[in-house]
Design a protein around this ligand. Structure first.
Ligand code: GUN
Length: 281
């Protein structure tokens, strides 16, 4: 029987732990854990993600400081806002929802966030710390994948992990976190020759390319653990980067879309926010 990896279940357990941690922080410091959420423009998908993140915060007792800015906001105005949030002691974490409008330099805005408040783990500083094997706030999606593997008792050491996708916020940090746990890691991308042949070598396959159902039966080694980070809109609703129906019978364990990695990304965001607050003490 293939194990269906239940991200909703694990995320609910994380939220419960974070809620307890938030309460303890309040009892010990008299402060409420706080997250600033910045949304620029009217991208409907971003608005949905932000609402869900704020609902998670409300559930666990994290106070949110909400800023909505119009799509034509000047970059300097956004940088000034980030400076103010960096200086605000009530704000322990800052989330600037991506993507930003095209006229804004995303890199400049993200790197303006104080690394100690960078609960997305997107700043050069926090990404560099992963590279160094140092502690710091780590990118939520890769961290959520690691938590799922841990929760389901999936051995990583000595296993061949294949990560499909080389984005700065998922593929690259994911590869480093797997390497840190002593996996042998291969990173694939759009120029990889014979992608299915490389994927078929994977004991642990992490799909993070953002292409609906790109990876089919020919990409799955029998008994592989398949982690699907993709969330793509298709005619049949939300689908992952893996063709779930054909991969599921071949895999030993697999994440569904939705209900796999997605809820874990949000759970790691609130966990990082609590960590950022605790680190101020
Ligand atoms: N846009 C899509 N995913 C994310 C995320 O995890 N964090 C932020 N800030 N923006 C996103």
């Amino acid at each position: 029987m293939t194990v269906k990896i239940d991200g909703n279940l694990v995320a609910a357990a994380v939220r419960k732990e974070v809620a307890e941690g938030v309460q303890t922080f309040h009892n010990q410091t008299g402060q409420q854990v706080g997250l600033a959420v910045v949304l620029v423009g009217e991208d409907p998908a971003s608005a949905v993600y932000v609402r869900m993140k704020e609902a998670d915060c409300a559930e666990v007792g994290i106070r949110t400081f909400d800023t909505r800015l119009p799509a034509d906001t000047a970059q300097d105005e956004l940088l000034t806002l980030v400076d103010e949030l960096n200086a605000d002691a009530r704000v322990h974490g800052i989330l600037v929802q991506l993507p930003l409008p095209a006229h804004i330099d995303e890199e400049a805005v993200i790197n303006r966030i104080a690394p100690s408040k960078d609960v997305d783990g997107f700043t050069a500083s926090n990404l560099g710390r992963i590279m160094r094997g140092a502690c710091g706030l780590r990118a939520c999606t890769p961290l959520g994948v690691m938590r799922l593997l841990e929760h389901y008792g999936i051995d990583i050491e000595g296993k061949h992990a294949v990560v499909v996708g080389r984005s700065t916020i998922v593929g690259k940090p994911q590869s480093l976190l797997l390497l840190e746990k002593n996996a042998t890691v291969t990173i694939c991308h759009s120029r990889t020759a014979d992608l299915p042949a490389v994927c078929r070598q994977a004991d642990i396959l992490v799909a993070a390319v953002g292409r609906a159902q790109l990876l089919g039966a020919d990409c799955i080694k029998p008994g592989a653990v398949v982690i699907d980070v993709g969330i793509n809109r298709s005619d049949s609703g939300l689908v992952g980067d893996v063709d779930y129906a054909v991969a599921e019978p071949i895999a030993s364990a697999i994440t569904p879309v939705p209900g796999g990695v997605g809820p874990m990304t949000r759970a790691m965001l609130i966990e990082n926010t609590l960590q950022a607050a605790q680190d101020t003490q």
